[in-house]
Each structure stands twice: as C-alpha cells, then as structure tokens.
Design a protein around this ligand. Structure first.
Ligand code: T1G
Length: 683
C-alpha cells in the first residue's frame, strides 16, 4: 500500500499521506510525494491541489531515524521547493499535529487550513538541530520575526487558533468537514491570478528591528546556555531579515548539517528514542493485555501520597486516599487543591477541571475503603517493618485481583511481596518528588511480578503521562543506586580537602541544575536522622545537631537568605574541615577535572554493573532515568551515552587512575570488556 495516494476531485487533485504512526517524511514518502507533484505539474486539467493526511495527526516531521546517514534525494527541502514552484495553488489540510517538516511543508503551500485541535510547530531545536527544510526562512516571512522566534527557538508548538491569529493558518474547519472544505477552498482559489508564496514574501520581515534578536538572546540566556542549536536558530532567523531567500536558505542548510552531525543532536536524538524504547519490555508475550484499572487507592496523604494521587486524578481516575489522622488528611487534601489552583492560575487547567479532579478524590481514615480499588499504592514511611505491615493488611482488605504497589525508593520489593498471598500482583511504582511534576516512574518488577501486572503498570504510566523505566530489585533500583555511587565520592572528596561549593560547581558547569550538596540541603539533611540516637559521627549528623538541617532551616551545607539563595557557610565548612582533619586523609587542593571524574565515572560504572546484573533492560533505560529523574543534561544523552561519547576507554582509565582513593568502587567487567573492544553501551 503506497504511503502517498492521489485522487481526482474534478479540477482538484487530492494528495493523501498515510505513513503510520506519525506520517514521518521518510525517503519512501518523499519519493511518492514527489511523484504526485510531478503528476500535478504534467496535467493541465489539474487546476488546484489539496495535500492531506490520514491518521491522528498530519505529520511528526522528517524521519529522525534517517538522520546520521547521507541525505537521500529528494530531500525534504527539495520536495517543498517543488510544491512551492507548482504553477497551481496548493491547499494543505492539517488534520492534527504538524511538526517539523510537517509544518515546513505547510509553509511551502499557498494556503493552510487546520482542525481546531491541531498543534503546529518546529520542535527541531529539542533534538539539537534547527528547521532544515526552509522553516527558519519561510516562517518569519509568514508570521513575522517576533512570532517566529519563540516557535523556532523554544520548539513549542502553537494552537490552531494562535496559528490563525498570526497568519500561519488561513482557516479553521471542523474535522469531519476538513477534506471537503479543503477541496472547496482549492476550487475557490483555482481561478486566482496570484497566490501567496511564503519564500517570496517580504511584508512580514521588512523593517524588522535588529535589536529584537539580541533582546531575545538576553531574555533566553539560561535556555541558550551551553546549547548549540538555539543560538543557530536565532542566527538563521536573523539572516532571513538580512539576506535574500536563496542565500538565507543556504545558511540554514549549512547550520542544519553542522548541527545534525554534532554530539549534542546525536545525544538529544538518543534521548528521544530511548524514552520511547524504555516503555517496551523485552520478552513480554505479545498477547498480554493490561488489566482494567478504574479506581486507585493511595495510602498516605503526605508530599508523595498527595503528588501521586494528583497524577491519577488529573488523568480521570477515581482515587481513595487514606491517612491515619484527620488533620494530616485535611492538610494533604488542601495542598493538592492548592497545587491544582496554582496550575489553573498559570492557565494550564480550567477551574472546572480542578473541581472535577478534586471531585474524584475520596479522602478517608479507614483502609477498608480500599476494598474495591483495582490498584493500591502505598506511600508510607520508608521503613521495611511499616511497609510489611501495610501490605499484610492490604492483602486481606483488597479484592483478589487488585494490584498492590509500593512507592519505596530503595527497599526490597520481593520482601514486601512476600508479605502477601499475591506476590505476582505486587511491584514497585517509584515516583519522584514532586510526584505530580516529575515525569520519571521506575516500575520495579519483583521476581514474581506477573507479565500482565507489569504491562498494566506500563500502560498506566503512559496514561498518567509518565516516562516509565522497568527496574529489577536491588538497593536503590537504577537511579538512586547510581546516585549513591556519586554521593559516596562527593562525601569522600570533602574528607580530602574539597568543599561543597567547589563540588557542586563542577556539576553545575557540567549542566546539572544543582550539585549533590545543594540537593541534600533541598531535600533536608535530617532524612533518617534521629535526634534521640544522634552521635555526632558524621558531618550530616553534626550539622543536624547544630540545627543546620538544610534550606528549610536557613542553613545546611550552605547558608540561605530570605531569597533562598545559597552562600558558602563558614559554620558548615568548619565542621567539614574538622572531620577531614581527623579522617587520616592527606588534605590537598583537588582539581575540578578530578572532581568531575570522581563523581561521574563511578556512576557510569554502577550503570554498567546494573546492566551486568540485568537490573536495567538496556543502557538507554539508564539514560532515560537520569535525564528525566535527576536532571542529567539531555544534550549529553545521559550517563551511559555520555560515556560512549567520551570513550569507555577514557572512563576505565579514569577509574583505574583514582582507584586508590575509591577502594569501594568495583570496576564492572562489562565496562572493561567494552573499553577493550572499543564498544559502546548504546549500540
Ligand atoms: N521520525 C521518526 N519516528 C518518529 C518521529 C519522527 N519524526 N516522531 C515519532 N516517531 C516514532 C516514535 O519513535 C515512536 O516509535 C512512534 O513514532 C510514536 O511516537 C527537516 C529535520 C509526533 C508529537 O521532533 O514529538 O522534521 O516507539 O510515542 O506520543 O526541518 O512523536 O512506536 O517505535 O512520540 O503520539 C521534527 C518528534 C523532526 C517531532 C507524536 N519532529 N515526535 O507523539 O507518539 S526533524 C519532531 C514527537 C524535522 C525538518 C526537520 C512525537 C509526536 P515507536 P510517540 P505520540
């Protein structure tokens, strides 16, 4: 079945694209589309053209899987130029999302109509490139520089309504009438002498204020920092206002080729596909169907319980939320409402949607109310005894087919499952705080978790908008286990002469949103600290004993002002120096390079051990965890992709160079083997 078909409707030729799942402009599609354009050009009885698509969207753009290999003709720019050069009017009918090349082909048409739900945009910057099929030169000519810049540089799409306002779309029509309306529009314009041609327009860029570009750069400085593509996007649009179209398009192509072959785009494309691959479970029988889930029970109305509940409420599920004390239940419910109202104030939800979500919540004090839930997630205190007691109760309360999940961050899911008569229905669902915001969900499969329960969890993750990664059972699963490897070295470095500010700055410079000691202050130094049992045996204990429990007390590893900005703390540094002096370690000036290697190489090594042990299915899953759960800068691809990029031999050499100072780091045989063979974790 051809991916592009043509159908005659009187004097109009309708060209239909049908390349599931996202109508990507693959080589096959471009060739078939070029044939259709040739058919139009050769047939004088065709007086107008409609381009449309089947499926749930118009197009997700060029076929990203083809990047990295030599361009195959006709390229998308060549195809769009051929459409634009037709001597007959072309109407494009956007039946839904039109992104990247999908938007660019629309810009090459004379007229554009769309359904109300269509999202139109140029997200190329998000995969480290720029619109490479005329988008940076045509869009500003159609909508003007000030509207074009945010679309191209942020990569965020605009609604059909906004597109109509700014002139990107001519009309909005109902989905059921789209094909016919497009044909009627084509007939309407067929007789006109002239038609708008995007690349030849100058009315929207004439007189553009050159200062706009530097103002935009300044306003988005943080977003642009360290990234290649956004800067090139701005430069390409700037050239559209200064160069004739043909010269501007040549620069766009030059920038595109430079970016698409660069490390940052390769990393961002890896992240894009790894996230989607993570949702697949190797070896899962194809016929496994997810179990039906309509009602969800959450135990605990604290920060995690309330955040987890919001995910399901927002996605339309009924939620029963259990707490032991009425005041805690009321507090948790009030915080959920406050969070929703804040979202509504930002325009991301309506008041009705907030009320509907809260209306699906049933706050209770009695666990018996969980009896008819299809899934129950506990978010109680992180203590195995408490978890085991809860699961023992759930096993008697909940219906036999209910799935029982723990939100534990570290604990042994197999031991928890063993407290029930249904271990095949028990697994971990590890949400990340704030649970209603963070996209990552670690789905921890117990030794006895059934394929159907696993499939149900992955299906639920998609429905609540999470990026799910399957983890086996080990202490800390994937993310926290690797975080532990990093934290061990961060703490060791303090005992060798480094201070928190230097250690954190190394990771900030690498692209993390914060360093390990900033993170500790944010989370609170008193997690797991017991004032009745404290014995001044660690830096963290002494800081807690001094009342320095993190940001929430105005000081931890750092001092915090009213604005919560951090400054190095002499008090904390004095405690650190005291412990360091008594540690028996030689105190020395430690270079930033050594700090970066000591923090990141053991993480990569732990990731390799996680792969060796089968805890993670694939290296891309580990990258997906760290990019979506811990702020690893996506333009380096995640820890395993980054190690591939710098070379596993370099990582191994670094681990061996620092081995004496890292006696507890057991170097992975998988890492050794791949370093020796020149292999990569990501194939
Ligand atoms: N190319 C190849 N495969 C793609 C693809 C693409 N552009 N977009 C999606 N897929 C695959 C995806 O990997 C998954 O595969 C399946 O389709 C469903 O995707 C010249 C150079 C369109 C909003 O950056 O944002 O045009 O896992 O799960 O949630 O200037 O996909 O099923 O095997 O994401 O409904 C620019 C990228 C390309 C858009 C749909 N376009 N895609 O979301 O489905 S570069 C983009 C998306 C370009 C020109 C430039 C989303 C989506 P599998 P999905 P979804």
């Amino acid at each position: 079945m051809s991916k592009v078909t043509t159908q005659r409707e009187g004097n109009v030729l309708v060209v239909t694209l049908d390349n599931p799942p996202v109508n990507a402009f693959s080589t096959e599609v471009r060739n078939a589309m070029a044939d259709a354009v040739g058919e139009v050009a050769a047939d004088d009885t065709v007086e107008a053209v409609v381009i449309r698509a089947e499926g749930r969207m118009f197009s997700g753009g060029a076929d990203i899987t083809e990047f990295g290999s030599a361009p195959v003709h006709p390229t998308l720019p060549e195809l769009i130029d051929a459409i634009e050069d037709l001597d007959k009017p072309v109407v494009i009918a956007l039946n839904g999302t039109a992104l990247g090349g999908g938007c660019e082909i629309a810009l090459g048409c004379n007229y554009r109509i769309a359904v109300p739900g269509a999202k139109i945009g140029l997200p190329e910057v998000k995969i480290g490139i720029l619109p490479g099929a005329g988008g940076t030169q045509r869009l500003p000519r159609v909508v003007g520089v000030e509207e074009a810049l945010p679309i191209i540089v942020t990569g965020n799409p605009v609604s059909a309504q906004k597109a109509e306002e700014i002139g990107l779309v001519d009309r909005i029509v109902a989905p059921e009438a789209l094909r016919e309306e497009a044909i009627a529009f084509a007939r309407e314009v067929a007789g006109r002498a002239e038609h708008p041609v995007s690349s030849r327009r100058t009315d929207r860029i004439e007189g553009s204020d050159p200062a706009v570009f530097d103002q935009f750069r300044a306003r988005h400085a943080r977003r642009l920092q360290g990234l290649d593509a956004p800067a090139k996007c701005i430069e390409a649009v700037e050239l559209a206002t200064r160069l004739p179209y043909d010269e501007g398009i040549a620069k766009e192509r030059e920038f595109f080729m430079e970016l698409v072959n660069g490390d940052q785009s390769k990393a961002l494309r890896h992240v894009f596909f790894a996230e989607r691959q993570a949702g697949k479970i190797d070896g899962l029988p194809k016929d496994v169907q997810p179990l039906p889930v309509r009602k969800v029970g959450i135990i605990g109305a604290g920060t995690m319980g309330g955040g987890i509940a919001m995910n399901f409420l927002t996605a339309g599920y009924d939620v029963v939320m259990v707490e032991r004390q009425q005041d805690a239940l009321d507090r948790g419910t009030a915080i959920m409402r406050k969070n929703y109202e804040a979202t509504a104030r930002k325009g991301r939800m309506t008041g009705e949607q907030v009320e509907a979500a809260m209306g699906r919540l049933t706050p209770v004090l009695d666990m018996q109310a969980l009896a008819d839930c299809d899934l129950v997630i506990e978010a109680v205190f992180e203590l195995m005894e408490i978890k085991k007691d809860v699961f023992g109760q759930l096993d008697t309360i909940c219906k036999p087919e209910a799935i029982l999940a723990s939100n534990t961050s570290y604990l042994d899911v197999n031991a928890i499952a063993a407290c029930t008569s249904r271990p095949e229905q028990v697994l971990g669902l590890h949400f990340f705080s704030p649970a209603n915001i963070m996209r990552l969900l670690e789905v921890v499969r117990g030794d006895k978790t059934s394929p159907q329960v696993l499939a149900t969890a992955m299906d639920l993750a998609r429905k609540i908008g999470k990026v799910a990664v399957v983890s086996g059972v080990c202490h800390g699963f994937i993310g926290n286990r690797m975080l532990g490897a990093r934290q061990d070295q961060a703490n060791a470095l303090l005992m060798e002469g480094a201070l928190p500010a230097q250690v954190d700055q190394v990771l900030l410079d690498f692209g993390f949103p914060m360093g390990p000691f900033q993170m500790a202050d944010l989370a609170g130094l008193d997690i797991g600290w017991d004032p009745d049992k404290t014995s001044s045996s660690t830096v963290r204990e002494v800081l807690c004993e001094q009342g320095r429990r993190g940001q929430k007390t105005g000081g931890g590893f750092y001092d915090y002002g009213e604005d919560r900005q951090r400054t190095p703390s002499e008090a904390a540094n004095a405690v650190i120096r005291d412990f360091a002096a008594r540690s028996g370690n030689e105190q020395r000036d430690i270079t930033d390079d050594e700090i970066r290697e000591r923090l990141l190489y053991p993480m990569v090594n732990e990731g390799a051990l996680i792969l060796e042990e089968g805890i993670a299915q694939r290296a891309g899953d580990i990258d997906t965890v760290w990019v979506n759960g811990y702020g690893w800068p996506p333009h380096t691809g995640g820890p395993m992709f980054w190690a591939d990029t710098i070379g596993l031999d370099k990582v191994l050499a670094g681990l061996e160079r620092h081995a004496e100072r890292m006696p507890d780091v057991k170097i992975s045989q998988l890492l050794r083997d791949k370093a020796a063979s020149g292999g990569r974790f990501n194939g």
